[in-house]
Design a protein around this ligand. Structure first.
Ligand SMILES: NC(=O)c1ccc[n+]([C@@H]2O[C@H](COP(=O)([O-])OP(=O)(O)OC[C@H]3O[C@@H](n4cnc5c(N)ncnc54)[C@H](OP(=O)(O)O)[C@@H]3O)[C@@H](O)[C@H]2O)c1
Length: 221
């Protein structure tokens, strides 16, 4: 049994991570701002009151989890605000950086004492943060913040390797969640998380720093 910590655990992909992990017998620490009834019904450990943009709230989480080992830390919480060139909103771009890139790095830094040799850190990024793959433009804040998150993941993979900690940068596919308006063209959170958990199993110190699609494809930066 391993201990997984998941942010953005109250809905969408985060909630599904919690469900599948609990079902297979792993210990889950679900982190969120406020718990949903679906999350509460899983009967797992829930840590509420954690906005990842808030230094104090993240620090408080680290104090609550002091001396608890984490085998897999999944940075999943994020926001999307779609901005085109004609509607550039710099506050919105800043907000997306705060949550999607800085928030994930802040939480990881705060919980470094909980990681040990063999632990894994997961950055839930997006193919929309692939520069090579960008043929449709737009989505300035989301795309820029996910590139920054991926870069943070890559640097962490280098810096944490000597401590035996590996890092993956994962894209979940297009998934039917609130973030995508539950799009009909998406896969279900169940399908996505099945693939994501397979990638996390495969992650090791040799392939640390890889940018993977949940389906196993290696994505271009
Ligand atoms: N769905 C897709 O097709 C897709 C594609 C590519 C990448 N992704 C990535 O996959 C991850 C999960 O996405 P999803 O589709 O499950 O999104 P979602 O349904 O919109 O869920 C986002 C989660 O992030 C939390 N969150 C947002 N801001 C936060 C903050 N400041 N502090 C703490 N938690 C915060 C939300 O909590 P509240 O309920 O409190 O708002 C919610 O639990 C994200 O990183 C997303 O970028 C998703």
């Amino acid at each position: 049994m391993s201990t997984y910590l998941v942010t953005g655990a109250n809905r969408g992909i985060g909630l599904e991570y919690c469900r599948q992990l609990q079902q297979r017998g792993d210990r889950v620490i679900a982190v969120c701002r406020s718990a949903s009834s679906k999350l509460e019904n899983l009967g797992i450990t829930i840590e509420t009151g954690v906005d990842i943009t808030d230094e104090e709230q993240v620090g408080d989480l680290a104090r609550r989890l002091k001396n608890q080992s984490i085998d897999v830390l999944i940075n999943n919480a994020a926001i999307v605000e779609r901005i085109s060139l004609n509607s550039l909103d710099f506050d919105s771009i800043r907000r997306q950086f705060e949550v999607n890139a800085i928030g994930a790095l802040r939480l990881t830094k705060a919980l470094l004492p909980n990681l040990k040799q063999g632990s894994k850190v997961i950055m839930m990024t997006s193919r929309m943060g692939s520069i090579d793959d960008n043929t449709s433009g737009g989505s300035y804040g989301y795309r820029m913040s996910k590139v920054a998150l991926s870069m943070a993941g890559k640097s962490l993979s280098v810096d944490l390797k000597p401590q035996g900690i590996s890092v993956a940068i994962l894209h979940p596919g297009l998934v039917k969640t609130r973030m995508t308006g539950f799009t009909d063209s998406g896969i279900t959170p169940e399908q996505s998380v099945k693939g994501l958990l397979a990638r996390i199993e495969e992650l090791n110190l040799e392939n640390t720093g890889t940018f993977w699609h949940a389906n196993g494809e290696i994505l271009p930066w």
